[in-house]
Ligand binder design. Structure first.
Ligand code: PLP
Length: 432
């Protein structure tokens, strides 16, 4: 099936008992056992079935199958937020003393997790000087357990050369983990280019309405964990925390996601609620349609800003002069995402005047909503970074990030224009 169809039908057959066409919300914590032996068999993973919603839930399972199918993966685990997905995806391959090599252009909280929290758990993240494959390769050593990147960086808008990064990762026997939140599988499927694991904040374009937090980890099922057992003993050695389970024996190709659920989801519990799984499924039904409109509106806004003399610079991979334009053609079919960063004339002060004058476009920290949104990363999402780290992540002091929504384009551009006028009149008043 094509993505548009998977987004609506993927992972769900009409319920055989009730004939419910919409995915039912299984708002239950636990599931009854037929007998003591049945309960034991479920816990031994000898029979299929649900035990406790922290480990699995039928509504969430539909979302997991749908997201996995959209990404061209084997299986997925859905969790409470995008941050939980990034955390679990990286914990699942690391141990005390190991490291991950990451691109520098990251969402601010992922940077904080990598720079401050993972090191406290004994895992060092090495940030490369750029997203170039050579810069990444330089940092790989015997203790490296993964390469991490965002397919389209938030807010840098850089587009990673996933095929080249996957080649480097596989040459050194480690997986490539890609955060595909900004692109969504409608524009790009990293697994098609060699990525091993894909993570998502479903909170953004996938859910699409700014109502529901959620995250997903998708396993391609392709990384040969057994072949690289020296680096990844956790998949092919008996696990004493789960009655000596050997994940590659039990889950076969799905060893990565099986272990993620059995170890991290079960013991640390960043669980997506069944109601949120339902709301995200509702959102995903229209993701392909919405992305079409986001992309078209993004292009029109970027063209408006680029021509406007009140705007100093615009960063949008859809523009031919953008350094990532070639990669946008290769990986996004030329359909650059609707995340645009720009700076107005008048720097930080001018930017603040512009930002405060917006009316339709909301001032906040979120992206991927049907509504148009504006964010000032340096003072919010990327505030914990040093000035150098901000620069490497593509954040300038004056950067404004727009997530262009799906309203009528005339209204979006009208709001930008009136805010630029308001900024200009304040600046002219100051000069007089
Ligand atoms: N990854 C990216 C690229 C993001 O932009 C975000 C949030 O903005 C996250 C992960 C974290 O997602 P959540 O807010 O669902 O935890």
């Amino acid at each position: 099936m094509k993505s548009e169809t998977i987004a609506i039908h993927g992972g769900y057959e009409v319920d055989p008992t009730t004939k419910a066409v919409a995915v039912p919300i299984y708002q239950t914590v636990a599931y009854a056992f037929d007998s003591a032996d049945h309960g034991a068999a479920l816990f031994n993973l000898e029979v299929e079935g649900y035990r406790y919603t922290r480990i699995g839930n039928p509504t969430t399972a539909v979302l997991e199958r749908r997201v996995a199918a959209l990404e061209g993966g084997l299986d997925a685990l859905c969790v409470a937020s995008g941050q939980a997905a990034v955390h679990y995806a990286t914990l699942n391959v690391t141990e005390l003393g190991s490291n991950i090599v990451s691109v520098p252009q990251l969402y601010g909280t992922t940077h904080t997790l990598f720079a401050h929290l993972l090191p406290n758990q004994g895992v060092i993240v090495r940030f490369a000087a750029s997203d170039g494959p050579d810069e990444i390769e330089k940092l790989i050593d015997d203790q490296t357990r993964a390469i991490f990147c965002e397919s389209v960086g938030n807010p840098a808008g850089n587009i990673c050369d996933i095929e080249a990064l996957a080649r480097v990762a596989h040459k050194h026997g480690v997986p490539l983990i890609v955060d595909n939140t900004v692109a969504t599988p409608i524009l790009l499927r990293p697994i098609d280019y060699g990525a091993d694991v894909v993570v998502h904040s479903l909170t953004k374009f996938m859910g699409g309405h700014g109502t529901t937090l959620g995250g997903a980890i998708v396993d391609s099922g392709r990384f040969p964990w057994k072949e690289h057992a020296r680096r990844f003993p956790m998949f092919s050695q008996p696990d004493p925390s789960y009655h000596d389970m050997i994940y590659t024996d039990h889950y076969k190709e799905a060893a990565y996601i099986g272990r993620c659920r059995s170890v991290y989801q079960r013991t640390t519990g960043s669980v997506l609620s069944p109601l949120n799984a339902f709301l995200l499924l509702q959102g995903i039904e229209t993701v392909a349609l919405r992305i079409d409109r986001h992309v078209e509106n993004g292009r029109r806004v970027a063209e408006f800003l680029r021509k406007d003399p009140r705007v100093e610079w615009v960063n949008y991979a859809g523009l031919p002069e953008n350094p990532f334009h070639g990669l946008a053609r290769k990986y996004l079919g030329g359909r650059a995402c609707s995340l645009i960063t720009f700076g107005v004339k008048g720097g930080l002060e001018g930017g603040k005047k512009f930002y405060d004058a917006l009316t339709l476009i909301k001032r906040l920290v979120n992206l991927g909503d049907a509504k148009s949104l504006a964010c000032h990363p340096a003072s919010t999402t990327h505030r914990q970074m040093s000035p150098d780290e901000q620069r490497n992540a593509g954040v300038k002091p004056e950067t404004i990030r727009l997530s262009v929504g799906i309203e009528h384009i005339d209204d979006i551009i009208g709001d930008l224009d009136q805010a630029l006028k308001a900024m200009e009149s304040v600046q002219q008043g100051a000069v007089r």
